[in-house]
Write a protein that binds this ligand. Structure first.
Ligand SMILES: Cc1cc2nc3c(=O)[nH]c(=O)nc-3n(C[C@H](O)[C@H](O)[C@H](O)COP(=O)(O)OP(=O)(O)OC[C@H]3O[C@@H](n4cnc5c(N)ncnc54)[C@H](O)[C@@H]3O)c2cc1C
Length: 331
């Protein structure tokens, strides 16, 4: 087992020179955890030596920024990045290492964990220090329970967390000193024989009506099982000037075929003023994407549905009939 320092590392994934918002969320969480662990400190890790990202993170209350700079790190390739992180971990021995469960993080974190022969709790919805150990909270059994994952021996303890789930704002520096900048040796990358070739960066196109930015959202679950009830969901969203979203199981009904407006741990986290859930059961993987919504109304024919525990108002009944009545009133 690798002997470790009490450093909590956050991988600072960058896009066009800036650290992604999930990096701030992870640093805020790392600061909170560090507050409970005597002698611990928080550090960010940047690959490619992006100076804009270094300045961006320098204003935060973190002890160090670890950087590795090399031509080979200019564009993301999983095997090169994982090898770089492996080298840094083996040299500087952090106790914890957190990633955003982004498209990159979901690939890079497990690859790095495998190289380091350590444990990774993937797609966590929270990280909790209980005074003795770090519990990584991961939904299990179809979201009916939230399991606490603890990695007892191997180090670092690694975890990935879906963007937008943690929220939180990191504490800024209370003094004028900058974090210590540690430049890791990248010379081994000159010899590195990557199996991957970087071809082109194509930025993802964020839709104008991206559901994560919408103030009003009507969300369909598997209980929206008829064409009429689906039309009703879309009509209600249009009448309210809102967006339509859905659960993972709604995709299985075949009425939509993409995850761009799917809510949850592997989908989007909402921050709407009003969310109306229609025929959604309330699995943890879904509700952890709705926790920041201000007002939640849910329609479900099962009075014991878990979604009602996450709602301000509940309507028990058939989705199609209830939406018919609502739309008639609004006509
Ligand atoms: C690793 C992993 C990651 C996952 N990530 C996600 C994720 O990001 N997002 C996500 O959504 N899920 C995710 N899931 C799946 C999740 O566990 C649930 O299975 C899913 O959220 C259930 O969707 P649902 O509520 O639409 O469907 P169901 O659980 O099938 O619920 C349907 C509900 O509709 C009600 N209903 C049925 N008919 C009607 C009617 N006529 N009128 C009114 N109500 C009716 C039922 O009472 C029921 O409560 C993930 C699962 C795993 C294992």
């Amino acid at each position: 087992m690798m002997e470790s320092k009490k450093e909590i590392w956050v991988f600072a994934e960058c896009s066009r020179g800036a650290a992604l918002p999930v990096v701030s969320e992870l640093i805020a969480k790392a600061q909170e955890i560090s507050g409970g662990i005597e002698g611990s400190s928080v550090a960010a890790v940047i690959l490619g030596g992006d100076s804009a990202a270094v300045s961006q993170l320098s204003g935060l209350e973190i002890a160090k920024i670890y950087c590795m700079q090399h031509e080979a790190l200019k564009d993301y390739r999983c095997d090169v990045y994982a090898a770089a992180l492996q080298k840094m971990v083996e040299e500087y021995r952090p106790e914890y290492f957190f990633f955003g469960a982004t498209a990159m993080g979901a690939e890079l974190a497990p690859t790095t964990a495998a190289l380091l022969k350590t444990g990774l709790a993937a797609h966590c919805i929270d990280l909790r220090w209980n005074g003795e150990r770090l519990n990584c909270m991961v939904p299990a059994f179809g979201g009916k329970v939230v399991s606490e994952i603890y990695i007892p021996n191997a180090r670092p303890i690694m975890a990935s967390v879906r963007p937008g789930i943690l929220g939180g704002t990191p504490a800024g520096r209370s003094d004028s000193a900058a974090p210590e900048l540690v430049t890791a040796d990248a010379s081994f990358l000159g010899e590195f024989d990557s199996a991957e070739e970087f071809l082109e960066f194509i930025p993802s196109q964020k839709k104008d009506d991206a559901v994560e930015d919408a103030k009003i959202v009507v969300s369909a679950g598997r209980g929206v099982s008829t064409d009429k009830s689906w039309e009703n969901v879309k009509n209600l969203a249009a009448k309210l000037g809102g967006s339509v979203a859905w659960s993972r199981s709604f995709i299985d009904t075949g009425r939509v075929d993409d995850e761009s407006s799917m809510i949850g741990t592997s989908g989007k986290a909402l921050s709407a003023d009003l969310l109306i859930n229609v025929g959604v059961s309330g699995a943890t993987q879904y509700t952890c994407g709705t926790e920041k919504c201000k007002t939640i109304i849910s329609i479900n024919r099962d009075p014991r549905a878990k979604i009602f525990e996450h709602s301000d108002y509940g309507v028990v009944g058939d989705a199609e009939k209830i939406l018919d009545a609502v739309l008639r009133k609004m006509a």
